[in-house]
Design a protein around this ligand. Structure first.
Ligand code: FES
Ligand code: FE
Length: 430
């Protein structure tokens, strides 16, 4: 990567036409655009790191990525969550190569610089070899600018000027609560982090989870037959269902059926819930809407499925590849057998080889595989469904559209284009 100052900027205005619902395919294939995303979309935005239940004791840590930047997330001596760049300030090696664990310090395996749980440089072998110009304090691991949690989800940003997390989530938090606030005790993740690599640009997945209920009937027809009680046809509650799509001005999005029959949880989970109590807690509109079989993306690359208990991040790995990291999220107070039923249900449906997950991954890889063809790449894509349908419906917060709509996709790309065309904090000259 070139330093930002040396990098020409692509004006993406002509590539995204949200008024007419047309998107240029270069945004999925072009290397310059991809590198601009890293510095103008990923670096300035709040990004999902993991769940608080992954860190319970002092010294617990896990590693992840923010964009392509490797980070360590740790619990320090004061049980505070810290996050910093996983790259040694000496010659740049990763100071932690483990996925997760417990430690007192992170020692770089190249020359042995050691950093504490807050990323401060603690020990330098042969420090006598440096003179008074060497300031140990100045060579700690680069910390994130802001870190915050929302109901157990850890988010961070490199951007000191980013609005606080609650503001960045806006009305989306109301929809997220359909998954995160069902249980007064909160949520936890179980079963580790599932990780797999997919050919396909990260936006194909992120936009689908924001906006695309439309593919369900066709792409998932065989899976729906498996789930169907008769085994003979798609579950009608999923295939042809009323519902709404939430369209967030900051690029978030969610789609959900509003018919009670559209709730397809694991049987044990369904029986576990007291729906009257949930209606008191979350309101009927939320229980019969966002808590049903829906999908959602928190801009840019965190997505979730409330019924399946699947939360995931689409890590960008170049324009043509993404790495999916997925967790199973559960209500903390569920009895063990219900938790196990939910975990297995998530694996069967949206684990790496889940009956729905494999349909989705196949679509994205198939789209990506042909997109570098010259004529193909110059043939734009249609995002016109539901054009003009966006409105406040009087029931759900913010703006919604029809369930079968591209409205949240258009707003995802409007937000993306806005960030791509705006200098980020690190480009501003004082
Ligand atoms: Fe880490 Fe030298 S690169 S100690
Ligand atoms: Fe799908």
């Amino acid at each position: 990567h070139r330093p930002a100052a040396l990098t020409p900027t692509v004006d993406v205005s002509s590539l995204i036409d949200t008024t007419n619902g047309v998107v240029d395919r270069a945004i999925f294939t072009n290397r310059e655009i991809y590198e601009q995303e890293l510095r103008r979309v990923f670096a300035p935005s709040w990004l999902f790191l993991g769940h608080v239940s992954q860190l319970t004791k002092k010294g617990d840590f896990f590693t992840t990525y923010m964009g392509e930047d490797p980070v360590i997330v740790s619990m320090d001596q004061d049980k505070k969550i810290q996050a910093f760049l996983n790259s040694c300030r000496h010659r740049g090696a990763r100071v932690c190569r483990a996925d997760a664990g417990n430690t007192k310090a992170f020692s770089c395996t190249y020359h042995g610089w050691a950093f504490d749980l807050q990323g401060k440089l603690q020990n330098v072998p042969n420090e006598a070899g440096y003179n008074e110009k060497f300031d140990r304090e100045a060579w700690g691991l680069v910390p994130v600018a802001q870190l915050d949690t929302y109901r157990g989800l850890i988010f961070a940003t490199w951007n000191p000027k980013a609005p606080p997390l609650p503001e960045a989530l806006g009305d989306m938090a109301w929809y997220m609560d359909a998954m995160l606030n069902r249980d007064p005790e909160g949520t936890e993740v179980v079963g580790g982090v599932m990780k797999w690599v997919l050919k396909g640009n990260w936006k194909l997945a992120a936009e689908q989870f924001a906006t695309d209920w439309y593919h369900v009937n066709m792409s998932h027809a065989s899976a729906l037959m498996v789930l169907s009680p008769t085994g003979k046809g798609p579950v009608s509650g999923i295939a042809n269902t009323p519902g709404r799509q939430y369209v967030d001005p900051q690029g978030h999005g969610a789609g959900f059926p509003t018919h009670p029959k559209s709730r397809f949880d694991a049987q044990a989970v369904h029986e576990h819930y007291d729906y009257d109590a949930l209606r008191d807690r979350l309101g009927a509109a939320r229980v019969e809407g966002p808590m049903t079989t829906g999908h959602a993306t928190v801009f840019p690359n965190f997505s979730y499925l409330p019924v399946n208990g699947s939360i995931r991040i689409w890590h960008p790995k170049g324009p043509d590849e993404m790495e999916v990291w997925a967790w199973t999220l559960l209500d903390k107070s569920m009895p063990p057998e219900v938790k196990e039923a939910q975990r297995l249900y998530n694996l069967r449906t949206f684990g790496p080889s889940g009956i729905f997950e494999s349909d989705d991954g196949e679509n994205w890889s198939e789209v990506q595989a042909i997109s570098h063809g010259f004529i193909t790449n110059n043939t734009p894509l249609n995002y016109q469904m539901g054009l003009g349908s966006e409105r406040h419906d009087g029931v759900y917060p913010g703006t919604t559209s029809e369930l079968y709509s591209d409205a949240a996709g258009r707003s995802f790309y409007a937000r993306w284009a806005d960030l791509m065309n705006t200098p980020a904090w690190h480009e501003e000259t004082e």
